[in-house]
Design a protein around this ligand. Sequence first.
Ligand code: AMP
Ligand code: MG
Length: 413
Amino acid sequence: MTKPPMLTAQQALDHLLSHAKPVVECEKIAMQATLGRVLAENVDSLVDVPPLDNTSMDGYAVRTADTQVTGRVLRIAQRIPAGSIGTTLEPGTAARIFTGAPVPPGADAVVMQEDCAIPDGSTDQVQVNIAPASGQWIRRRGEDLTTGKTCLAAGTFLRPQELGVAASAGLTHLNVKRRVRVAAFFTGDELALPGEPLKPGGIYNSNRDTLLACLKSLGCDATDLGIVPDRLDATREALRKASKDHDLIITSGGVSVGEEDHIKPAVTAEGRLDLWQIAIKPGKPLAFGAVRKSDEPKDGEAWFIGLPGNPVSSFVTFLLFVRPFILKLQGREAKSPQSYLMRADFDWLKADRRNEFLRVKLNNNDGLDLFPNQSSGVLTSASWGDGLVDCPPNQPIKAGDLVKYIPFDALLK
Ligand code: AMP
Ligand code: MG
């Protein structure tokens, strides 16, 4: 019997994303608590920003009709600091004005103080040494935000600058999508938590910290369901528990088809499963499916993604597959992560049949260095590295070649 061909990364991702549906529930929360959330509705500004035409420079507000000739001397008739309002500027006068202060009626330009001089001995006169164009250094009322107009659209992911825009628009609370709820557990009889004694052959559970931190950096509510022994009944029980109150279950380990790998039969018994061999390295086996919420039939099912146990494989498959799935659940665009064409300062001649993701680091010559040990068990490669080189199948890399580089930073938000 011939084995079915392995899926490409793109085919597997398309399949995953065709299932993911954005969460619909939302909540109104204090604006300052919305960093990393997704807007559930448009935000309309409550005010004009700026509220009035104002100056973007310290200097003098003038009528350009008075300053067609350079060197004109004007009487300083008023002084307008930010936060106060001037009076109509009479012909032949100037207003001393400071950044952010409203331009007085009648003035149609601001001359910055560096372009002016105070005549010797004068306390109330200014000499204007340029002929300003009408509108110079004036920021127009509403040029940033307009009352009643949408300034942030539903579906926007809220970064620090969006919080600033919402504050500028006068909002105290925003209606955002609820957080995506993800339960995670980690299979393996060999696993112990740091701080616990290691039995012979035991290792510390590193995937727990890597994956929970990945979930946090994506803004998920993550539930840690701990280490689950390599037994079918324990795995089924963990799945039932995880399906409660969660949108997605992720697991590490046990997704191969050895007799110590119980994920496949457990998910099949508690829901449904596709187990894929994806033509990528690291991270060939990936399981995708759903687990019934058995005690709450009306609530349907929780999605399931089973990651391989090797620490680099689970990290890389999280970034490539779980992350876009979560982005879509969050109502964000699950577009491909930003990548850059960069120069490889290394040879990678043993190209694989699979699409490889190599751990690399930016060097001081704007090139990429390769971590010498690319084993899927060597997690220090990911910690040493700044990102991944997406290396197509069967394509060796020679030093000097341009390669597709994906920084980790782009994959962790
Ligand atoms: P598995 O996918 O369960 O066959 O595990 C593959 C390899 O990853 C084995 O060497 C495991 O010991 C290791 N491994 C599995 N789970 C973890 C974990 N949570 N943390 C660190 N290593 C793990
Ligand atoms: Mg295992």
